[in-house]
Design a protein around this ligand. Structure first.
Ligand code: ADP
Length: 396
């Protein structure tokens, strides 16, 4: 290898240096570039610079790189592929500059090896492809989601349609029942009236046996009337025909007003009756309807409690509501029946409930009324130990 006439710093700098003339012939080259490509100095010096270039780069050199260099006097940061002696391609980043020396143009080039470029390009390409693939997947998922959303919306609309139909059917049923029961009440009232007239002996004397039968007839017609009244009540509530006159109502007074109505049954069964209501506790309610709910709860508590048991009415504030609890030490209600008892005509069979004693409508009506006043009705029970019905109303 010929010795270089370059300054040792340039000769061994960590990048290649090469100078060529306007005829393309190499004037000088540093040792770093020679050892990078595996050439001896005489392989390169005085040879055309194209000799150390890969085929593609030669074409690029002729069509772009060299013309640019002559035109602008410098070309920076251009990637060229050089060719090593063993035929390997070596990628370099090239900086070139033209200068004049003794009236002749010389071109100084610096080559910086870019070993990692190809690897980075490959990785970039892969990353790009992966990104494109996931973008495509995302797009497919988005389309699928949109499809599902459309289906969901369609189902919601269908469900809404059926709900509206069911609602309308329910209202139609309720108003039919309301009319029917109203129509039934008139003749039934007449039957009751005539039975009383017969009982009083107005049309003529009756025997004891006939009186006995008359009493049973009267009892049955009373029960029937009660049943019809309740059906009428429920269907009116369901058809939205009930007006609520909401006002501030004292819970203490409300309970006290019902007490006389249940006193006879309490006494008959010898039940203890406790009332624990803080003075001054008030609710927002329709006084008659709240009374109807409480009467139903207390009558049930008495009805479903064995003699000498006890019934208690408590009340307390709970946030913006008041909870009125009616509990008893009665037969209780099995867990699986707790939800059903609020359905119309549901009665839990037991030795204490005879069908003739109730209609199975009381709790359905009571809960509708409670909800109609912005409250609710709930139950908790321990079968064999007792039940607690909680009547919730907004506090005043
Ligand atoms: P009814 O009392 O006219 O049968 P309700 O709707 O008021 O109708 O009550 C429905 C059923 O719930 C009753 O038949 C009874 O089985 C059950 N029930 C209601 N209150 C109580 C209670 N305090 N203890 C036990 N069971 C009850």
């Amino acid at each position: 290898m010929l010795a270089s006439n370059l300054d040792p710093l340039l000769d061994h700098a960590p990048c290649g240096f090469l100078t060529f003339g306007s005829d393309g012939k190499v004037v000088s080259v540093n040792s770093t570039l020679l050892s990078l490509l595996g050439y001896d100095r005489h392989d390169v010096v005085d040879q055309h610079v194209e000799r150390i270039m890969a085929i593609g780069t030669r074409i690029f050199y002729q069509t772009h790189w060299f013309p640019l260099l002559t035109l602008h006097g410098h070309v920076e940061e251009v990637f060229l592929m050089l060719r090593a002696r063993d035929g390997e391609n070596v990628g370099v980043l090239t900086y070139a500059h033209r200068r004049e020396e003794e009236g002749k143009a010389l071109f100084d080039c610096v080559f910086v090896r870019v070993q990692e470029r190809a690897k980075y390009e490959h990785e970039l390409l892969q990353a790009k492809r992966a990104a494109e693939e996931s973008a495509a997947q995302l797009e497919a998922q988005a389309i699928e989601l949109e499809l599902q959303q459309n289906q969901l919306q369609q189902r919601t609309e269908e469900a809404e349609h059926f709900r509206r139909m069911a609602d309308e059917a329910n209202k139609a049923k309720s108003s039919f029942l309301a009319t029917m029961s109203h129509e039934l009440r008139t003749p039934l009232n007449a039957i009751g009236g005539y039975l009383q007239i017969l009982g009083l002996g107005i049309p003529g004397p009756i025997t004891d046996k006939q009186r006995d039968i008359l009493e049973r007839l009267e009892q049955s017609s009373r029960h029937l009337l009660h049943l019809i009244n309740e059906v009428l009540n429920l269907s009116r509530i369901e058809a939205g025909q009930v007006d609520y006159h909401i006002e501030a109502v004292s819970v203490e007074k409300l309970v006290a007003s019902i007490r006389p109505m249940i006193e006879p049954q309490l006494e008959k069964k010898q039940l203890a009756f406790d009332v624990n209501i803080p003075a001054g506790l008030t609710v927002q309610a329709d006084i008659e309807k709240a009374g109807q709910v409480l009467l139903n709860l207390m009558s049930n508590a008495i009805k479903f409690t064995e003699p000498r048991g006890s019934v208690e009415v408590r009340a307390r504030r709970d946030g913006s509501n008041v909870l009125i609890e009616v509990s008893d030490t009665g037969i209780g209600i099995a867990q699986e029946k707790l939800r059903d008892i609020f359905q119309p005509f549901v009665q839990v069979d037991s030795s204490l409930t005879r069908r003739a004693e109730g209609s199975g409508l009381g709790l359905a009506i009571s809960r509708d009324l409670a909800r109609g006043m912005g409250g609710d009705l709930q139950v908790a029970s321990d079968p064999g130990k007792g039940s607690t019905f909680t009547f919730q109303l907004p506090s005043a």
